[in-house]
Design a protein around this ligand. Structure first.
Ligand code: ZN
Length: 225
């Protein structure tokens, strides 16, 4: 397969021409809208801080493989460390509970951000990105974002991982600039992803390839919004 550099972008491959926002990389087209959203949020007493933005295929692959080998903790649906299953299919679904498939993470796009309200963070607090934080210290920030995303002045941003859409757990901290991400996802092809896996040392490779169509229906396509 002969992929040009732009063809690689939906999978976190290639060398994207993204902009540094603090220590994170963000898609160039998103930056002006992010500035508008940050200013709106600030005018209501919040301080939008990015906790994660662009992630490369290599980085997501490293997370995936380290979880499979037990080098990173594998967490159950309840968030409790669990033993690494010996069955490959069980292992794959266990990793998918908290981690996206490399090549199919929306963080590859540079259009999606994990955000918190810096003003609500206690000093020296290490953000975990959990539902408990969203219902706790960041609850006022998230209900303000709900209002913004429900209005016609959301600058193109919205949440993606919401209840009732696919099998990925709801993630209120994850927001996306939809008009920009749609342009990238238009170029996504499951055949290209299959080809990438065939040429990658990825844990659970055989079962991922065997189940790729159903994985896409449950973990990928429902979030192409
Ligand atoms: Zn995220």
């Amino acid at each position: 397969m002969n992929l040009s550099s732009a063809d690689y972008l939906p999978y976190g491959l290639g060398t994207p021409d993204f902009v540094d926002v603090g220590e994170y990389k963000v898609h160039r087209d998103v930056v002006p809208y992010l500035e508008k959203l940050s200013a709106l949020v600030a005018s209501h007493g919040f301080s939008l801080r990015i906790e994660s933005a662009y992630r490369s295929f290599e980085r997501q692959l490293s997370i995936w493989n380290r979880k499979a080998s037990g080098k990173l903790p594998l967490l159950s649906a309840e968030g409790v460390p669990m033993p690494v299953p010996s069955d490959e299919e069980e292992l794959m679904y266990a990793i998918l509970t908290w981690s996206a498939l490399p090549g199919a993470s929306r963080h590859h796009l540079g259009t999606d951000l994990d955000v918190v309200d810096a003003n609500a963070c206690p000093e020296n607090y290490e953000v975990q990105l959990t539902p408990a934080e969203c219902d706790g210290m960041f609850a006022p920030f998230h209900s303000f974002l709900d209002q913004v995303f429900g209005s016609d002045s959301s600058f193109g941003f919205n949440r993606v991982f919401v209840p009732g859409r696919g099998k990925i757990r709801p993630e209120r901290w994850h927001i996306a600039h939809l008009p920009t991400s749609r342009q990238l996802l238009d170029k996504f092809s499951l055949d290209a992803l299959r080809h990438i896996y065939e040429n990658t040392e990825i844990a659970c490779k055989q079962v991922i390839l065997a189940r790729l169509d159903s994985l896409a229906e449950e973990y990928i396509y429902p979030y192409f919004i």
